[in-house]
Design a protein around this ligand. Structure first.
Ligand code: ZN
Length: 202
């Protein structure tokens, strides 16, 4: 009887214990978002799909380059703070399907976009995976960021529009949907587009 009780407690413990996530994803790609904004005496409700992955981490946390590439844009807005757009060198991508969540067409460039950050790189810089490119910005000063986090996007256009984004989970170095941590000793290839986590794993 005692044994059974311990076994049952063990099972309950297993069921409620949260999985140890290597990085804190606070909002995933494709999640539905409902925004309510008051407009005069009325209210505007907009529904959208999240265009990237949010990695929640305190302001000042280093942001790592997720891939090889060249910085093609560093910009700032009062709403979102700093952002960096990196162009990957590979021209040939694995699929011809395009559109949200799909893959870029053959011969299309791929861009990795980092938002709500304090960039430490400049246009023209060449990056390798794991290189520090920014720190997470203080969100309290940014009306378009709720809580300190990195908004991380993969896109087939050099633009931050949701309609051009691809699901980042398709491109992890270790395989689709296998979130890949930066490994200092690993040798990464620039030939195929693949990414590592832009936030250091625990
Ligand atoms: Zn986001």
């Amino acid at each position: 009887m005692l044994r059974l009780t311990i076994a049952m407690l063990g099972l309950i413990g297993f069921m409620v214990a949260p999985a140890a996530a290597p990085v804190p994803i606070t909002s995933d790609y494709g999640e539905t978002r409902i925004l309510r904004r008051s407009f005069g005496s009325g209210m505007i409700v907009s529904v959208s799909k999240h265009s990237g992955i949010d990695f929640g981490a305190p302001a000042g946390t280093p942001v790592l380059s997720a891939s090889f590439g060249t910085v093609v844009d560093v910009s700032f807005t009062a709403c979102s703070g700093g952002s960096v757009i990196v162009k990957h060198p590979a021209k040939h991508q694995p699929s011809t399907r395009s559109g949200p969540g799909g893959a870029a067409g053959l011969g299309q460039d791929i861009f990795v976009i980092y938002v709500h950050i304090n960039p430490s790189v400049k246009k023209g810089d060449r990056l390798t995976p794991g290189q520090t490119i920014a720190t997470i910005a203080v969100s309290a000063r940014l009306p378009c960021a709720r809580g300190d986090h990195l908004h991380f996007m993969v896109s087939y256009k050099q633009r931050k529009l949701a309609i051009h984004t691809l699901n980042p989970h398709r491109f992890w170095v270790d395989g689709s949907y296998q979130l890949s941590c930066y490994d200092k000793g690993a040798i990464y290839s620039s030939k195929k587009f693949a990414i590592i986590s832009p936030i250091k794993c625990k």
